[in-house]
Design a protein. Structure first.
Length: 129
């Protein structure tokens, strides 16, 4: 599930981290490190963020960026499938090092203005969303 516009980073040991702005989003919180307990009130957690246009989960796998772990019905309305490889987004080549910006473009590009070029089992397809 998306966590607003927050960026979670993974280190080489597989641990994840969030920046300090993460804590600033809570109304109140309590962290007990000895018990690994984090209690919070989050009524307005994403209060400063507009709702995304769409949520499309992607991953970098086997040297490519692909749609992954999305509910099939959510993809079907766009003519997409999990496993579709993203080749271009709005005319720009998809590069693994730009995956963070790609996620933003997929979520926030206004309806009707997002164009994807995908590779599905060796066949190229262009989809406008």
């Amino acid at each position: 599930m998306p966590l607003g516009k927050l960026l979670a980073r993974e280190n080489k040991q597989g641990a994840y981290g969030l920046g300090m702005n993460f804590l600033a989003r809570f109304d109140s919180y309590l962290f007990l490190p000895k018990k690994m307990l984090f209690c919070y009130r989050q009524q307005r957690f994403t209060r400063d963020e507009p709702a995304p246009q769409r949520i499309l989960a992607i991953r970098y796998y086997a040297h490519r960026v692909e749609l992954f772990s999305n509910p099939p019905a959510a993809l079907a309305r766009f003519g997409l499938q999990n496993g579709d490889v993203l080749v271009e987004v709005n005319g720009s080549k998809v590069l693994p090092e730009g995956i963070h910006y790609l996620r933003i473009a997929l979520a926030d590009t206004p309806a009707g203005q997002l164009t994807l070029k995908i590779d599905r089992h060796g066949k190229m397809k262009t989809i406008r969303m």
